[in-house]
Design a protein around this ligand. Structure first.
Ligand code: NIG
Ligand code: FE
Length: 393
């Protein structure tokens, strides 16, 4: 409870993500306990060493696992309508293209603020029920000065991190005039949006924006104090990763199509590779090989990419299972990528780990070990979620 003191005792397996506190990359402590005060973790370790302290509310974890809340660093949650028919057609063989985004743009422009708020609230609550306690949210379905600024204002009401994605696709009214639209994204739209966002993103891919446009938009955003992140190499190979690393982006996302030079650049630079297996699953595309990135030394994050087109899921445990089954990650690497990895991608040090000083965002699993997140695919294992020490389920 925020403002109070809480002891979570009898934890079968605790993921701290701090190798100084426990075993392996997850900093695993078995037979563990955790103490929270005023919404912050003040102690984590073996039960026999629980520090003496003030009267505490005690929760008995009954031998189950506790992990940091998931940090979902890539989501598109400000939108109206859905794309059921597009999904059905795709499952009958039609390929995914960036063009479907315009369907959601039309629905989003026509929606009221309250309709968009309600959809966002439903999705954030849905994410919470599967263990997500920090969520990033992009604009990108407004694509006018007013609708992008409105999307960001609404995102900021409910999401932890807000990203300006005016460069999602060229909207229909600028068909045939992409550079005029890029000028708007770098000019008046940026002026209206920069005060509401921390990040700027570009969809650098076939049917969206090319390398020169991406570089111009991210550079303009940087001048206004926004930090770049890039949708790169989702639909085909391209310059997105190289530009992301060159401009010091926090993250290059999707990275389904990667050259050897891209892998080397990610390994050598500070840019996190954020993998979004929900998109490959829902577009029937080949998965990226996480093993190749990890073995090269890149930092890998996992996120859900919730959006109505390519990945209509908020469920990080599902993404963890896909990453292990189809992207060659170990179960431990996938749990790390969805917690610490997401925090790295958002340059946050207060979330994604459960060491003293971290925000007490934690998930109690109905399972003895975090490995069950991939071992028991599709099973709702989240028993309780605390955000800043407050139980929310
Ligand atoms: O991350 N790739 C670009 N944006 C989204 C898809 C958006 C949509 O199809 O509506 C993504 O996959
Ligand atoms: Fe995306």
């Amino acid at each position: 409870m925020s403002g109070g003191s809480l002891l979570i005792d009898n934890i079968g397996s605790l993921v701290t993500n701090d190798p100084a506190l426990g075993r392996g990359m997850l900093g695993l402590v078995e037979d563990a306990a955790l103490v929270v005060e005023d919404g912050v973790v003040i102690w984590a370790g073996p039960r026999q060493r629980i520090p003496e302290g003030a009267a505490r509310e005690r929760v008995d974890a009954e031998g189950r696992a506790v992990i940091p809340g998931f940090v979902d660093s890539h989501a598109h949650l400000v939108f109206a309508g859905d794309r059921t028919r597009e999904f059905e057609a795709r499952m009958s063989g039609r390929p995914y293209t960036a063009g479907g985004i315009r369907t959601t743009v039309a629905a989003t422009r026509a929606a009221t603020d309250d309709e968009l708020r309600a959809n966002l609230r439903r999705l954030v609550a849905e994410a919470l029920r599967s263990g997500t306690t920090t969520v990033e949210c992009k604009s990108g379905y407004g694509l006018t000065v007013e609708d992008e600024a409105r999307s960001l204002r609404l995102a900021a009401e409910q999401a932890d991190e807000v990203t300006y994605l005016g460069a999602h696709v060229v909207p229909p009214e600028y068909a045939g005039k992409p550079d005029t639209y890029v000028d708007l994204v770098c000019g008046e739209m940026l002026d209206a949006c920069a005060p509401h966002a921390r990040w700027i993103d570009v969809f650098c891919d076939r049917g969206a924006f090319d390398g020169d446009q991406t570089r111009a938009i991210l550079a303009a955003g940087k001048e206004r104090g926004l930090v770049p992140r890039v949708h790169a190499g989702q639909l085909g190979p391209g310059p997105g990763v190289a530009i992301a690393v060159e401009l010091g982006a926090a993250s290059a996302d999707h990275v389904t199509h990667l050259s050897d030079a891209d892998v080397e650049a990610l390994a050598a630079g500070e840019t996190v590779a954020t993998l979004l297996p929900g998109a490959e699953f829902s577009t029937r595309s080949p998965y990226p090989d996480a093993r190749r990135l990890i073995d090269a030394g890149a930092t890998v994050a996992l996120a859900a990419d919730c959006n109505p087109g390519s990945s209509f899921t908020t469920n990080i445990p599902f993404c963890i299972a896909l990453a292990v089954r189809d992207m060659n990650m170990t179960p431990a690497e996938a749990v790390w990528a969805a917690t610490m990895g997401g925090a790295r991608a958002l340059r946050r040090t207060d979330v994604g780990r459960l060491a003293p000083g971290a925000r007490a965002d934690l998930v109690l699993l109905d399972a003895p070990s975090p490995i069950h997140l991939s071992y028991r695919p599709g099973v709702p294992l989240v028993a309780q979620v605390w955000k800043s020490g407050t139980p929310l389920l």
